[in-house]
Design a protein around this ligand. Structure first.
Ligand code: FES
Length: 93
C-alpha cells in the first residue's frame, strides 16, 4: 500500500450495493491506464451515510475522505481528474 495513492472506498453496504455500487466495483477497468497506479480502490462496508437523511443519495463513494453522493463512474472520474491534474473540468462541481 502506498500512502500517496488516491484512496477510493466504494460502499458495498446493502443500500448502496442495490442502488449502483455493484457496478462501481468494476471502476478500475474504466479508468485510463495512466491513472490505475495512482489509485487504491476498495469495497468497504456501509459508510453509514445511508443512516442519515442522505439515504436517497446512495450509492456513496469516499475519495480521499470526501463523500460523493449519487456516485457514478463519471462523478468519480471527475473527482480523480481534479485530484490528479489539480484542475477542474467543466466548471462547477
Ligand atoms: S449502504 Fe452505503 S452508506 Fe450505508
Amino acid at each position: 500500500m502506498c500512502a500517496d495513492k488516491i484512496k477510493i472506498d466504494i460502499c458495498c453496504g446493502t443500500t448502496c450495493y442495490l442502488l449502483g455500487a455493484a457496478d462501481l466495483v468494476q471502476l478500475e477497468a474504466k479508468l485510463p491506464d495512466e491513472w490505475k497506479d495512482k489509485v487504491e480502490i476498495a469495497a468497504v462496508p456501509c459508510l453509514e451515510a445511508c443512516t442519515t437523511d442522505k439515504l436517497g443519495q446512495a450509492p456513496f463513494v469516499r475519495v480521499n475522505g470526501e463523500l460523493i453522493p449519487r456516485a457514478s463512474a463519471e462523478a468519480i472520474c471527475e473527482c480523480l481528474f481534479e485530484l490528479i491534474s489539480g484542475q477542474t473540468r467543466g466548471g462547477a462541481r
